[in-house]
Write a protein that binds this ligand. Sequence first.
Ligand SMILES: NC(=O)c1ccc[n+]([C@@H]2O[C@H](COP(=O)([O-])OP(=O)(O)OC[C@H]3O[C@@H](n4cnc5c(N)ncnc54)[C@H](OP(=O)(O)O)[C@@H]3O)[C@@H](O)[C@H]2O)c1
Length: 265
Amino acid sequence: METSVVLVTGASAGIGRASADLLASRGWRVVGASRRATGGTGWEGLRMDVDDDDSVRQGVESAIGRFGRLDAVVAAAGFGVAGPVEHTTMDDARAQFETNFFGVTRVVQASLSHLRESAGRIVIIGSIGGTLGLPFQAFYSASKFALEGYAEALGYEVGPFGVEVTVVEPGNIRTEFTAQRHFVESPESNPYAAATAKAMGTMERDEQHGAPPSTVAETVARVLEADHPPRRISVGKLDERVGVVAKRLLPYRLFERAARGSLGL
Ligand SMILES: NC(=O)c1ccc[n+]([C@@H]2O[C@H](COP(=O)([O-])OP(=O)(O)OC[C@H]3O[C@@H](n4cnc5c(N)ncnc54)[C@H](OP(=O)(O)O)[C@@H]3O)[C@@H](O)[C@H]2O)c1
């Protein structure tokens, strides 16, 4: 039997890189895409900017050219925009959606005809922030919430062709994500300054003390190799995953009060 081929986006760092390395070590043939195009252990890098239609189309075609087939896509490319909603420009908001939402949809769309042929798998790296709204990361959260709806809808469409869609929802993970975060510009007299500093300080500390990206990679590999993958699966420290369940179970205002407390708001 031919070895399966996976295209991983965001493969130059963090979760994408750990997933590419792990999948290669498990015998997958890996194409790892990013703007830096760096490769890893047992796989070569491919230059791709998920914000750009042509770059994505050419990237997928060159993956097919390299290996002749495509069995899975892991869409991990992404970054975070932070700051008060009131100060987030439409350009900042659009840039967030361009990469985190449209970047994923571009890669999926360019890959689908190949994935239908192989009855393949799609793994979208969402976030716990795509199930719980994160203060001062509203557009990041919104881009990840959008992926949840997109994945549910897509599941109905491609399921009849044997294509499975899963959203993997990481909690805090120690990657370049924190250093790469884009803070929007706020005016000198900023009524949100103290709350932003408190909430973002807590969230960035949690990221830096978060689980290693290999934990997400293990979940990605499990999803890709499962007979019946779930539609969504969260991964991270227990207290973060408890938050997701607590939101479902508690009256929302009660949940919000507890979340405010934990962020110092
Ligand atoms: N770290 C966390 O705590 C956490 C938690 C939940 C979800 N996530 C999600 O996990 C995914 C991966 O993040 P990470 O934590 O691994 O961050 P990371 O270490 O900063 O890696 C981000 C990756 O995305 C790539 N990327 C960014 N913009 C791109 C673009 N326009 N085109 C192509 N590639 C692009 C980067 O490569 P280049 O710069 O070389 O292009 C890099 O490989 C993101 O979707 C993020 O939202 C992260």
